[in-house]
Design a binder for this molecule. Sequence first.
Ligand code: NAP
Length: 289
Amino acid sequence: MKKAKKIYGLIGRAVDYSYSPLIHNTAFDILGLDSHYTIFNVASHELIQDALFGARALGMGGFSVTIPYKKTVVPFLDELSPEAAAIKAVNTIVIENGRLTGHNTDIAGFAAPLQQHAESIRGRKIAIFGCGGAALAAIEAFRRFFAPEEILLFVRDTRKARTLLEESGHHKTAPVTIALLDDPERVRECRVVVNATPIGTSGRDDGGYQSVIPLDGNLILPGQIVYDMVYNPPATPLLRAAACSGAIAVPGIEMLIGQAERAFRLWTGMQMPVDAVRKVLKGEIQPTT
Ligand code: NAP
């Protein structure tokens, strides 16, 4: 008789098109694990407590958590990892012996493709565009792993950004300067430039903008590292422009795999077969806009 499968899932809203089931089920299949990953669209914040307590009762293995629930889940967990506690946001939950532990693998997953450039980033300036959950994870990653001199945070609403930085504690722990999106000249001073907004995502209408960073102002310099968190399409207009300028282009698919790889290890104790997963994922994501 076959053993019952261990169930994992993604908690989010309107996330039917997520690539996480493909990533984790490919890894489960390759490793021959009796596990399955699926999607749970939870309709409202009020239902999160029931969802988590139900999962504990059902003996599920764990969850990924995405927009808009990364902060919502926090009060219902038994424990937080230091990374999750630092930014009060959880993207991975491990359920073990009836205990729910929250982790944040976005931080190390974001940092992974930058580690090979670590020496050249230390003590330099960084530009991050956007101030949502992904930007906060990036700030924490730079603070933890790369000790930059200054992080310029380019946003359209400075008041909102200040509040988010205060809530996350980054106003005290990281060298962040808030800057206005429509005055991006200082990007030229930066070793790494990060897009942490959804601009550039396939199928979105952003009022004609293809990139949050103007591509006609010679802002991107040869040798700079340009990191686009958007992973669909794999080659965003920003990454294409970066490559044309002689910059080093880091695609969002690397963060997507990096955070998933760490979640997979937390759930299974096993190394995800990353190269095989990357191949399957690249075959699935449309190569053009
Ligand atoms: P979020 O919490 O909704 O934050 C989005 C940020 O982008 C906000 O600061 C928002 O500004 C800004 N923004 C949105 N539309 C904009 C526009 N038209 N002009 C200027 N700024 C705009 O989302 P998130 O979780 O941080 O995710 C951001 C992006 O990163 C998404 O595309 C997501 O798919 C991607 N991401 C990728 C990975 C990966 O593994 N590669 C992981 C996490 C996230 P306001 O606050 O002013 O609205």
